[in-house]
Design a protein around this ligand. Sequence first.
Ligand SMILES: NC(=O)c1ccc[n+]([C@@H]2O[C@H](COP(=O)([O-])OP(=O)(O)OC[C@H]3O[C@@H](n4cnc5c(N)ncnc54)[C@H](OP(=O)(O)O)[C@@H]3O)[C@@H](O)[C@H]2O)c1
Length: 323
Amino acid sequence: MSSPNDTTVERRRFGRFDDEVSEIGFGCGGYWGFPVFSERAAETLLHTALDRGVNLLDTGPNYSGGNAEVRLGKFLRGRWDGMFVSTKVGTTLTDRGKIVKDWTVDGMRASLEKSLKRLGTDRVHLLQLHSPTLEVIRDDGAMGFLASLREKGTVGYLGLSSSGDVARAAIESGHFQSVMVTYNVGHHRESGDIIREAAGAGMAVLGKSPLAHALYDPSLYRVRSLSQVWYILRALKTSRRGLARARRYRFLNDIEGWTATSAALRFVLDNQNITAAIIGTTKLKHLIANLDVSGRPPLPEEVVRKLEEVAGGAGGGAGGGAG
Ligand SMILES: NC(=O)c1ccc[n+]([C@@H]2O[C@H](COP(=O)([O-])OP(=O)(O)OC[C@H]3O[C@@H](n4cnc5c(N)ncnc54)[C@H](OP(=O)(O)O)[C@@H]3O)[C@@H](O)[C@H]2O)c1
């Protein structure tokens, strides 16, 4: 399927550093990575994104029951040049498939070794701590180990996926080159300060759940695929507040010239302190519609005003990120 304009996704500088990443990143997890989702469809999605200039690929050892990294590694064979691949440490899967937290140096080392093996590489561009605690950020042993990975070149940059005080402490610590925070139409005031502080410190800022899981889009509830059932169950499990609040953002479906998700994504990209929005999708038409938002002019001012008004009344939170 081709796009109406087939343009290349725009790039942004990775914080104060030399690398550039696509302003839309491909989320290699969730339903996309599960064996039940067709291998061929998953590959087509990824390669379509790469063909349109996406180079930022985000995954994790516990994503999709451990299969996401395997899939990504398989589809990237022969295509690593120019890629910017991010994986995580701190959350891993036991041999029995149970998700566990492990912030010990030995645990993180073993987790990264397995990730590299699954991905089929000897280095990743970005290694993110997956929702660490304050103790982890203050643990000299852990920080020393992570810094040594950077010195050896096993990882290009260190980042973390976090929020609130932990994210703030990480920014102040100077140990990290990037931070990933939930940022979307329903959750922007909460992360606003952290995004400004991180960008001010020269860090890259990755926006997770940038579409707020598209919970405000009525088509999500007209179930036509197994993935939709999975998404609705995920929202019920991790984002009940977001589901309830999504009603307030339904007006996004009525903006002339925009679909609700394209407006929601443009809102995220209009924040110049955001380096990239990481989106998960299992549908080619969704992927293409998302990529087409890159390079579009900013959202009309009245829409931004309305979003601010709604956020003021909502107290935040349509589609916070889990994962
Ligand atoms: N703690 C963490 O590290 C963490 C947490 C959360 C997320 N993340 C990262 O961020 C990525 C994305 O996050 P996310 O999956 O939570 O949220 P998201 O990107 O905000 O939303 C994904 C949802 O939006 C739908 N969607 C995508 N494009 C659409 C379009 N154009 N029109 C309508 N619906 C559309 C997808 O359904 P379809 O499949 O039907 O398109 C899916 O239900 C993850 O893959 C992961 O890489 C990281």
